[in-house]
Design a protein around this ligand. Sequence first.
Ligand code: HEM
Length: 244
Amino acid sequence: MSNQSQNEFNESSVTLQTFVLFLVATFSGLLVAVLLLPIFLPNMAFSLSGDAPKAYWYLSRATAFISLSLLWLSMVLGLGITNKMARLWPGMPATFAIHEYVSLLGLAFALFHALIILGDHYINFTLLQLLVPFATLEYRPFWVGIGQIGFYVWLIVVISFYIRPLIGQKSWRLLHYASFGLYLMGIMHGIFSGTDTSMGWAQNYYWYSAGSLIFLAFMRFVGSLINALFPVKKQTPVQRSSQR
Ligand code: HEM
């Protein structure tokens, strides 16, 4: 990437206010769903309450897949940035901005996915159990813990967008590579702790999601290898005109 384009992307495309707004919106949604809806709109919340409310569990499972899909999309866009496909469409600055927005949105969905389980009374997780890795002793603590660690790694990656001038481009890039580990943690967590893993559609989803990312990462690796082995020398306008 040229110095000019590096500077272009040196600042986060999502303002800090938007980042905080996303988190506040997620918490407000949770508050309405888990606490206020059953109090103020008992009829509407009927399906959310009762002895064994299932709606919170469905909401958690649905947002889990949305979150993993947004992480996938953000990584596809990230690989697009680095393998230069995005130069053609929609252009580097737009791809970078969408990449960042999508990652932030995915993180908000992950937070919703984790905390909405508080409304489900099948296992009765406490807030502490949901926030502290490997603490869900009653339900697959190891694989849920991997998801929890993934969530914190994701948070660090998102925060790194805002502190890039502080930590420098090299450390930021290194931190950014943690996204691959994060995706691996997310998908393993989903496969080994999710209820839907036994379903054919979920298995297909995991195969296509991981397969497409591996393919893109491989293409990028091959591209960098070719660039390293056969560097294309850029010609100056004078060299170009002297060849004519
Ligand atoms: C604090 C962090 C997290 C907690 C406490 C948590 C908790 C859970 C639990 C308890 C389940 C099992 C639900 C069930 O199917 O019965 C689950 C499933 C799942 N989680 Fe998480 N998770 C967290 C982070 C994440 C993250 C960061 C992702 C995505 C990158 C994710 C994606 C998934 C997926 C795809 C499933 C499978 C859902 C299904 O099969 O229906 N989770 N999670």
